[in-house]
Design a protein around this ligand. Structure first.
Ligand SMILES: *Cc1c(COP(=O)(O)O)cnc(C)c1O
Length: 390
């Protein structure tokens, strides 16, 4: 660099030395992307899907993570977004217009249900909730205005597993697009794009990032033009993610298979012990033979997740007793989400607002997300809770 004055030298750092090869992914931060010539600058819109035009639309950090996710999902393209909910919003908005109807499951992720039923309804978009696998709703009167089918398998609160091929076939036969929330099983357990789904969504805030410190979501595609149209929506809504967050997710992915395996194995031990205890009426997890969709789970899924539901005996249902029992827990923290190193427990009431849970016994319901602590310590903690109940 020429003999410039200090203020200029403060602004123009020397070029980074080349030849640095590391195993970790570099973190790129940028708003402005610069171009060699005015012509390249004028043509920058051509770099929106590949290459770089503006920090919001992609950096080497986001592109690298998107490529990795596309590969894991068995797709050709992926998009990363600021949260799982943002991914659901973008996939939905990219698929419908005023007058269209979206089919969504009764147990759909709560905030996404509110987005579709409350916010998007203001723009003339209709929501139709289906029961079970939705095949009845898909054959009854599904017409041209039925545009998008959302699939969640397993369901986020009660973990029913669906026959995704069958649902996707029925929807596609009617010209509908199919999107699936694949957060629970991760692409290690299930690859929606190989089962007729057009857009596979994940919350990377769970197992992928794995340490309860990142919010991010992704969409994966097998179809280039669908990817581009969806990317346009994400871009116009101003959604981008930071290089640091991409770094954390990419670092998390490296250990995800091991963490998932451990969480699933510990959950299996805990479920067996809880199932044998007198306070527990039912365990909800697709690996249990009595669980709705168990055969489909065995047929279609390579692995599950270490998250399950527990129904307690109905006579243990008085609120204050349970609240006191939570105080006996030393390791399980009360909180939403899952997929981190820490085990979590959360009371919930899955029957509120749902008409499809006749099979679920009455009684207090807990959702348990198993982390990476020692299984014996976790079991002891849960039994302290059960003892405190009785
Ligand atoms: C957590 C979660 C989401 C939302 O993800 P965020 O990253 O928290 O926005 C969506 N669907 C399911 C099934 C989830 O568990």
């Amino acid at each position: 660099m020429r003999d410039h004055k200090p203020a200029t030298l403060c602004v123009h750092a020397p070029d980074a030395p080349g030849g640095f090869e590391a195993l970790s992914s570099p973190i790129h931060r940028a708003s402005t992307v610069v171009f060699d010539t005015p012509t390249a600058f004028k043509n920058r819109a051509s770099k929106v899907y590949d290459g770089y035009s503006y920090g919001l639309y992609g950096t080497p950090s986001t592109r690298a993570l998107e490529d990795q996710i596309a590969q894991l999902e068995g797709g050709s393209r992926a998009l990363v977004l600021p949260s799982g909910l943002a991914a659901i919003a973008v996939a939905t908005i990219a698929s419908v217009q005023s007058g269209d109807t979206i089919l969504l499951p009764e147990g759909f992720y709560g905030p996404a249900r509110t987005l579709i039923e409350s916010l998007l309804s203001r723009f003339g978009i209709n929501a139709l909730r289906y029961h079970g696998d939705g095949l009845r709703e898909l054959s009854d009167g599904a017409g041209p205005a039925h545009r998008l089918l959302w699939v969640e398998s397993p369901g986020s609160t009660t973990f029913e597993v669906r026959d995704v091929d069958k649902m996707a076939n029925a929807a596609r036969a009617r010209g509908m697009r199919v999107a699936m929330d694949n957060t629970w099983a991760t692409p290690l357990g299930f690859q929606p794009l190989r089962h007729g789904v057009d857009m596979s969504m994940q919350s990377l805030s769970k197992y992928a990032s794995g340490h309860s410190d990142v919010l991010m979501g992704s969409l994966a595609f097998a179809d280039e033009s669908l990817y581009r149209r969806t990317k346009d929506v994400a871009r116009l809504l101003g959604y981008g993610v930071s290089g640091e967050d991409c770094f954390l997710v990419s670092r998390g992915l490296a250990t995800m298979p091991l963490r998932l395996e451990r969480s699933v194995a510990t959950a299996a031990v805990l479920m067996d012990q809880l199932a044998a205890s007198a306070e527990v009426t039912q365990i909800l997890h697709p690996s249990r033979t009595e669980h709705p969709g168990h055969e489909i789970f065995v047929r279609d899924y390579a692995t599950g997740a270490g998250i399950f539901g527990v129904v307690l005996r109905a006579d243990l249902g008085s609120g204050s007793k349970i609240d006191t029992a939570f105080e006996a827990l030393e390791l399980f923290k009360i909180g939403a989400s899952w997929g981190g190193a820490h085990s979590l427990i959360a009371p919930s009431d899955p029957k509120v607002g749902r008409g499809d849970l006749d099979w679920l016994p009455d009684g207090p319901y807990l959702r348990i997300a198993v982390g990476l602590e020692d299984p014996e310590d976790l079991a002891a903690d849960l039994f302290r809770f059960l003892d405190a109940l009785t």
